[in-house]
Design a protein around this ligand. Structure first.
Ligand code: F0G
Length: 458
């Protein structure tokens, strides 16, 4: 059969509310034109994030009931520890309540003011945690990764020569570690090849710099390696993931993505001295090292979910849903990042709305138009999220103006996608009517979550 079906059937449903266009306009105005500030109930198809929004399997729900809520050394912890160790092979396993908690412990322990942390592309919370510790988060993405129209595999690869230059410029002593984000969320959800992981590690090893993997979507990345990289097509996703982690010295993880859980994360490493530092902060911030801010039932759910994410049939279906949307948008001439990412389709807002300059936030215009047209909630990954403001208040736009449609795992069906295509098509037809936005309020760090926008004059 050529048709790829969902490798599950639905056992529980959750109603979707559809409010009118007028109600959506009022809701958006009430949210200061920032979709992060909307009530979720007012969103018909919520593609704000694939993080923590997935549907759990029957096995996960059953595991949840086995949660051992003992403070220390619970049975649930043992299962979590074993699952994470099987996949990552790391000596020290530290649970955390989500990815950014792991990142904050990593940054606080290892980053000193003036340090530089290179990555293929830092995600916003990773960048913010590094900057909060006084360090500089530098993106060293391969040139292919910035060409949104180029349909090539592994556009999440790091620029290995760029990494060499970065080390030569800043000096080894100012680089406590280097990160690789798999898949590269900020750059279109593009995967990183095993070859690149190996080459990055080879360069780092020569300079004695540790490699830390931001592993949020490690299973989706493993699937791309199996599909697109020579020598992997007969391998299990588990063995590919294990090989990837074998090149790393540490990893941060948000189990809200490829842990198929609604909450959770971890920080793992091999170095005993690092682990001691991490553990101390973990106890201070998250909790005792055998629960790390999670309930026993969460640990159970993650121990199951990590392996479900590595199920080949699940990844085939997952990729088919993203490809289904992507190919239909391409057929309509709608500019998206090619190829589609592992967890999302990224619309190219700069090409969608060429009449709006970067610092008038075309991504916000597009996100808000999608909401008003069909109650679809997307997210801007452009100058609001990644633009830089210097000490003199001068704003530099981000290299790309993208709008991400991120897909919760195992949640929406094909007819939801057909509806979504219709909404995007309608916004595309009426795109010349979308106007520039201005920021009227913004906090200094992570402004995109809470800032207020002023819409174009009517
Ligand atoms: N790293 C990457 C690559 C991420 O995508 C995220 C979260 C994090 C770290 C932080 O994990 O949310 O558990 O604290 N990304 C979500 C998103 C929020 O919508 O892409 P967290």
């Amino acid at each position: 059969m050529r048709t790829i079906i969902e490798p599950f059937r639905i056992k529980m449903t959750e109603p979707l509310k559809m409010i009118s266009r007028e109600e959506r306009c009022a809701a958006l105005a009430g949210a200061h034109h920032n979709v992060f500030l909307l009530d979720a109930e007012d969103c018909c198809i919520d593609l704000l994030t694939d993080s923590g929004t997935g549907a759990m399997s029957t096995r996960q729900w059953a595991a949840l009931m086995l949660g051992d809520e003992s403070y220390a050394g619970s049975r649930s912890w043992k299962k979590f520890e074993e699952a994470v160790r099987t996949i990552t092979g790391m000596r020290h396993i530290l649970p955390a309540h989500q990815g950014r908690a792991a990142e904050s412990i990593l940054a606080e322990c290892l980053v000193k003011p003036g340090d530089i942390i290179p990555s293929n592309s830092h995600f916003d919370t990773t960048r913010a945690n590094i900057e909060y510790a006084g360090g500089g988060a530098v993106d060293v993405l391969c040139a292919r990764g910035l060409d949104t129209a180029l349909d090539a595999p592994f556009k999440g690869d790091m620029d290995v020569e760029g990494l060499e230059r970065c080390i030569a410029t800043h000096g080894r002593d100012r680089i406590p570690f280097c990160m690789l984000t798999v898949t590269n969320n900020a750059g279109g959800g593009q995967p990183v090849s095993m070859r690149n992981v190996r080459e990055v590690k080879r360069v780092l090893a020569r300079h004695g710099i540790p490699l830390v993997i931001d592993a949020c979507r490690f299973a989706e990345n493993a699937f791309f390696i199996r599909e697109c990289e020579e020598g992997y097509k007969d391998r299990t996703l588990l063995s590919i993931a294990q090989e990837m982690f074998s090149h790393a010295d540490a990893a941060t993880m948000s189990c809200k993505k490829d842990g198929l859980a609604n909450i959770g994360g971890f920080l793992v490493c091999n170095d005993d001295a690092w682990a001691e530092q991490f553990r101390t902060l973990l106890i201070l911030r998250e909790g005792f090292p055998t629960y790390g801010g999670l309930a026993g039932r969460d640990l159970e759910v993650i121990a199951v979910g990590l392996f479900e994410a590595l199920d080949h049939d699940y990844q085939v279906y997952r990729h088919a849903t993203v490809e289904y949307l992507g190919s239909r948008l391409v057929a309509r001439g709608i500019p998206i990042v090619r190829p589609v990412g592992g967890h999302a389709v990224f619309l190219n807002a700069a090409q969608f709305l060429p009449h709006i300059p970067a610092l008038s936030y075309p991504g916000v215009g597009l996100v808000n138009a999608l909401y008003i047209e069909g109650g679809v909630r997307a997210v801007e990954l452009g100058s609001v999220m990644f633009g830089r403001i210097d000490a003199a208040g001068v704003e530099t736009p981000a290299p790309l103006e993208l709008v991400r449609l991120a897909f919760p795992r195992r949640v929406y069906t094909q007819s939801h996608f057909d509806y979504l295509i219709e909404v995007i098509e309608e916004v595309w037809r009426e795109r010349s009517a979308i106007g520039p936005y201005r920021i009227t309020y913004q906090p200094k760090l992570l402004r995109h979550f809470c800032c207020h926008f002023e819409p174009p004059a009517p």
